[in-house]
Design a protein around this ligand. Structure first.
Ligand code: F6P
Length: 539
């Protein structure tokens, strides 16, 4: 493999002077460097990838047995080797009846039983068969969870706003009391259902927020507070200890990772908001992408292509971050969701076997919807010293037919940005602009330097017909499998997250110190900050 990495690096240095724009002298480039499945198009032609680089990257993937590893994941092998678990979020959305076995037992019957319980519960809340303690309708739902038990459902619920016809869903994650305080302040406990979502049911933020919500419910409903509670967890003993009725607990197995869990019970708020039929379409979209990932040839396989472009940019071109830029306001939370999906999965420095990785792994992922970002950080994308590959997402059609001109402008802006990043503006062109402003001589030259854009900055575009539940399912699965592709090529385990443990342990140890215990064994900074953060004694 190291040979292919070397060939890629050598190819990059030989072609570094070839501009992306010049690659379009090949009029077939768009067709050759884009791929489509079920109406979703991925265009990677506005990157510096050429046929040689693509061939080498495909060889890299083949050398890491990507296809066999994809099959092993879908088959239910224990590919999460540091936790000895299968990785089967794909089973939560599988539409076919082909058995998927873990430890010799087909998991699909259980997946479907739990989904049907979720559906019955969600539909009964939506149609009023499940009532509030005083016999009314639930108008609001508060989902209490964090990380994978928050970001997925929060992002997807917002993304599917045009499909909302159920109770209004709110999401509380932060242990900062402001989050739950400000959310509950707007709600009536007599009309609100609280879902406590935690795979482990031990996460301190979620347990603290759950206690606060319970106090709020009990103050209004007394011993009927339980009528306003539901839970999503793998830990049935712990949900029972909190007094949540077993028929209101929706479980899942440990082969579903937190950041991959929105397809099952963690998706309950999504189902409550959009209904079980739309939720099925959401699962169908993801399943369609799963089938494409399993069967399409690597160079026309959307998640694989996205992963290979990621490797090219990160490891070969040395671009250490990627910007996710949805030109779709409903995808406002997608960058935050992808930060967890990507950075918690591939933010690793050791290989599966414990050895240190020989090269960079997961990049920094960040972003904001367009066009807002254009008026904020795009300055750096166009003229900054760092090159940041941009990932645009755009729909052919919006959900607001009366506002077609808005969507036309949105599309024009999206295309303008990828074109501007690629073309730039040469010094000569910038000089003409300066001249038109009446500048001459040294001042014209000085301003031309400011007005020129280097260009040759790569971007990819994901284009889809409309942000329907099906398309959202496709999009999320696309990114999940991209993370898998990259993690496999880097040789790491994308399915654990040991890196979040140390901070959690230290927070537990620091709590007594924040509450007044002696701080003398701490480093100078931590002791100094602790004393600064001690509020003055009440007088
Ligand atoms: O902080 C890391 C993490 O374990 C995530 O992986 C997970 O999604 C989140 O915490 C929440 O965990 P839980 O669902 O168990 O409360």
């Amino acid at each position: 493999m190291s040979d292919i990495w070397q060939q890629l690096a050598a190819h990059r240095s030989q072609t570094a002077d070839t501009s992306i724009l010049s690659l379009f002298d090949d009029t077939t480039r768009f067709d050759r460097f884009s791929a489509e499945t079920d109406g979703m198009l991925l265009d990677v032609s506005k990157t510096s990838l050429d046929a040689t680089a693509m061939d080498l990257l495909v060889q890299l993937a083949q050398g890491e047995d990507l296809e066999a590893k994809i099959a092993a994941m879908f088959r239910g092998e224990a590919i999460n080797t540091t936790e000895d678990r299968a990785v089967l979020h794909t089973a939560l959305r599988a539409q076919a009846d082909t058995p998927i076995e873990v430890d010799g037992a087909d998991v699909l019957p259980e997946v479907r039983t739990i989904r049907s319980q979720m559906e019955q519960f969600a539909e009964a809340v939506r149609n009023g068969d499940i009532q509030t303690a005083d016999g009314g309708h639930f108008t609001d739902v508060v989902n209490i969870g964090i990380g994978g038990s928050d970001l997925g459902p929060a992002m997807a619920t917002l993304a599917l706003t045009p499909y909302h016809d159920g109770p209004c869903c709110h999401f509380v994650s932060n242990v900062d009391g402001a989050h739950i305080h400000d959310t509950l302040a707007t709600l009536d406990p007599r009309r609100t259902l609280v879902i406590i979502a935690s795979k482990t049911f031990t996460t301190i933020e979620t347990m603290t927020n759950a206690e606060t919500a319970l106090v709020w419910l009990r103050a209004a409903l007394g011993d009927k507070a339980g009528d306003h509670l539901a839970a999503v967890s793998t830990a049935h003993d712990k949900t029972a200890a909190l007094g949540i009725a077993p028929e209101r607990v929706f479980g899942f197995e440990n082969w579903v990772g937190g950041r991959y869990s929105l397809w099952g019970p963690v998706g309950l708020p999504i189902m409550l908001a959009i209904g079980s039929k739309n939720f099925k379409d959401f699962l169908r979209g993801a399943d369609a992408m799963d089938n494409h990932f399993k069967t399409a040839p690597l160079h026309k396989n959307l998640p694989v292509l996205l992963g290979l472009v990621g490797i090219w940019h990160n490891n070969i071109c040395d671009y250490g971050s990627r910007a996710v830029l949805p030109y779709d306001q409903h995808l406002q939370r997608l960058p935050a969701y992808l930060q967890q999906l990507d950075m918690e999965s591939n933010g690793k420095r050791v290989a599966q076997d414990g050895s240190t990785l020989p090269r960079a792994s997961g990049p920094v992922v960040w972003g904001e919807p367009g066009t807002n970002g254009q008026h904020a950080f795009y300055q750096l994308l166009h003229q900054g010293t760092a090159v940041v590959p941009a990932e645009f997402l755009i729909a052919a059609e919006a959900h607001e037919p009366d506002l077609r001109h808005h969507h036309d402008l949105l599309k024009a802006n999206c295309l303008a940005q990828s074109e501007a990043l690629m073309r730039g503006r040469s010094l000569a062109e910038a000089s003409e602009v300066a001249a038109k402003r009446g500048l001459t001589g040294a001042e014209q030259d000085r301003m031309a330097a400011h007005l020129s854009f280097p260009g040759d900055r790569p971007s990819i575009t994901i284009a889809y017909p409309k942000l329907t539940p099906f398309v959202l399912g496709q999009t999320i699965a696309l990114y999940e499998h991209r993370v898998f592709t990259e993690g496999t090529i880097w040789g790491l385990n994308p399915f654990d997250q040991w890196g979040v443990e140390l901070g959690k342990e230290l927070a537990v140890a620091l709590l007594p110190l924040v509450q007044g215990a002696p701080t003398d064994h701490k480093d100078g900074s931590t002791s100094g900050l602790l004393s600064k953060l001690t509020p003055p004694a009440a007088t």
